[in-house]
Design a protein around this ligand. Sequence first.
Ligand SMILES: Nc1ncnc2c1ncn2[C@@H]1O[C@H](COP(=O)(O)OP(=O)(O)O)[C@@H](O)[C@H]1O
Ligand SMILES: C=C(OP(=O)(O)O)C(=O)O
Ligand SMILES: [Ca+2]
Ligand SMILES: [Mn+2]
Length: 652
Amino acid sequence: MADSIISNGFAKKINTSTKQGNGVCHDDSSSPIKAQTIDELHSLQKKRSTPTTPIGSAPSSAFSLITEEDRQRQQLQSISATLASLTRETGPKVVKGDPARKETSTKVAHVAHHQYAPAINISDSSLKFTHVLYNLSPAELYEQAIRYEKGSFLTSVGALATLSGAKTGRSPKDKRVVKDENTERELWWGKGSPNIEMDEHTFMINRERAVDYLNSLDKVFVNDQFLNWDPENKIKVRIVSARAYHSLFMHNMCIRPTEEELENFGTPDFTIYNAGQFPCNRFTHYMTSSTSIDVNLARKEMVILGTQYAGEMKKGLFSLMHYLMPKRHILSLHSGCNMGKDGDVALFFGLSGTGKTTLSTDHNRYLIGDDEHCWSNNGVSNIEGGCYAKCIDLSREKEPDIWNAIKFGTVLENVVFDEHTREVDYSDNSVTENTRAAYPIEYIPNALIPCVGPHPKNVILLACDAFGVLPPVSKLSLAQTMYHFISGYTALVAGTEDGIKEPQATFSACFGAAFIMLHPTKYAAMLAEKMQNHGATGWLVNTGWSGGRYGYGSRIKLSYTRKIIDAIHSGELLNANYCKTKVFGLEIPTAIEGIPSEILDPMNTWPDKDAYDETLLKLANLFKNNFETFTNYKIGEDNSLTEEILAAGPIF
Ligand SMILES: Nc1ncnc2c1ncn2[C@@H]1O[C@H](COP(=O)(O)OP(=O)(O)O)[C@@H](O)[C@H]1O
Ligand SMILES: C=C(OP(=O)(O)O)C(=O)O
Ligand SMILES: [Ca+2]
Ligand SMILES: [Mn+2]
């Protein structure tokens, strides 16, 4: 039977080629050829569509007031204005499309700025075109990256492997914020603050440097996208960059506009100029290295010079949200977020590497987001449209959803792969320990789209305690939640050098001091109020060491941490039996289903009890010293809460 079907199929084909009956066997027997030349044939291969020319080919709405032609021109003018030199008072001649392609649109926009007196503004840059590759699709960006960017390769599963250059992590010491009348008053400055000042003039020098660099290139990439899934608080962002890798990264990480949203995009609320391949000039005032990440809130702009690490853009926009959202009485959170089948929402706070992405990606729950959220009066919303997972030692067994999200469209930063098979070796840290995967959130099968949810029920604070003295889980009072939120503790191990290294304690207010813009107590007060109003419970989960500190004990098994988190979600832990630890005064459960009870109190797991006591006191002292800077501040309107928070730290 099967045989005859196959032979019938073949027979049919052969029959059609002999239809002409002239005895000559033709292989072009199907419909007549539509192209007269090879060029024409190639032009048939690609159907005209919208992404690169989002405005042009879409059928115009019956109600549209302007012609498509005008809309195209307006959009080009908007991009030319974005790229304008402020000293030469002109925008570049902008043209859409790849300069290497013939079919490049011939529409040109050139913007002159007349707010200053007309000046002689002739320079070479005004004679050349700036080609703009606007909101390209992942496939187009792959082609651009593979053709033109060194270090871009397809992996065996179709992800795009890239290198971020000399910088493989963020550069917080090179971040600058323009201090003007408003920001001087509004922002957190001084000791402990991530906001290092620069003046407006220096910002303009760096901005001009970035714009000139971008305009000197053959082409630039422009992404127009959104932040925040809460429709009432959506922010429009434009990212101008020089690398396809950066454009694809932001395509994945920000919220992707629909065609219609793109047509009506208008003026962005914020613009990033990413000239990361080009250094800043170290003779410039305030510059202490060749890297500079500059934020100007008044101009609604950010300039990146001297670093190609893509996370800088993502986290730069997060800082922006930490400024804009509190103004609207919305709390911005450095946390992951997911929701159970019954609508119970959990937040996962924690510093880099503590498990936000890993634990919010839970096969039994809906993923709302892995890293950046807002908590408004309507509930929670993800700021982003994608996830950014660490992939060092990634395994299919332990983290199947993240593993499967690494496929076509995903950016894989700084991973090492087999030259021939292009299979990635996730254990290889030759380039960096901080290998990363950036993928659109819908690559996680149970992502909740749109990424919004009701008010959180559980607030989980993650700490990777390499000292090994914090319990795997403890239930917190509201005051303790605030104490640990403001402290923002974690202790990771420095790297993978030989020999046992002392764990390095890090305290980062609100579990994200590098990104907050206002004083930590502002965010803490909002969190306390929201948790109180919505009856959320706080938890402290140690995803770090057990059985001794780093070098002696070992990291708590991910499967145990997942069981702990399950017990929080299900409500099992809320009603468990508790006992209180000494020094930190933490409530720890006496038993959790599926976990050996003896590990719940870390003291039991240390063979050397004196060493445990000593290490516990050492950590308690570090907490105490860190909190001293906050003892002079009031948290919210409620004086008694402030007192309680101060008393909720370690007592010894
Ligand atoms: N018990 C554990 N809990 C959470 N993560 C763990 C645990 N043990 C090992 N890990 C690893 O630690 C890393 C946590 O990183 P990630 O979830 O990306 O952190 P974040 O999103 O907070 O920066 C992952 O590589 C994960 O596999
Ligand atoms: C993107 C980052 O965040 P995290 O490590 O918290 O995922 C980062 O720190 O660069
Ligand atoms: Ca993460
Ligand atoms: Mn993060």
